[in-house]
Design a protein around this ligand. Sequence first.
Ligand code: 5GP
Ligand code: ZN
Length: 116
Amino acid sequence: MTTATDCLFCRIASGAIPSTRVYESDDIVAFRDIDPKAPTHVLVIPREHIVSLDHLEPRHAELVGRMHLAAANIARDEGLDDGWRAVVNVGEGGGQTVFHLHLHLLGGRSLTWPPG
Ligand code: 5GP
Ligand code: ZN
């Protein structure tokens, strides 16, 4: 498992930094965003330190699929029956501020499209 001691989300995944977890498995952790942009705002991350979607390798294909399955299950648990959104910001220009891959799960309010 690749971890980076100076990475915020690696430290959240290991439990070194506390978070409100809503799901975890061998290779995935999901926790509530500290600054929520919607009533439900959960971040789904791999335990492995992957910088972004730009840094995926073919061996990550199933992991990324499991991240989406986890998000769908969490959305169901959160009662987001009317719909929800999955977002991955990639790189500084894409709005990424934490450089450990994470899928935003947003819901519980009306979501406009396109985003800003
Ligand atoms: P990005 O902008 O990289 O796509 O998203 C990073 C997200 O991480 C932001 O929504 C931000 O609020 C969240 N975040 C930053 N620091 C922390 C933290 O220490 N704990 C939690 N739970 N979320 C954080
Ligand atoms: Zn990391």
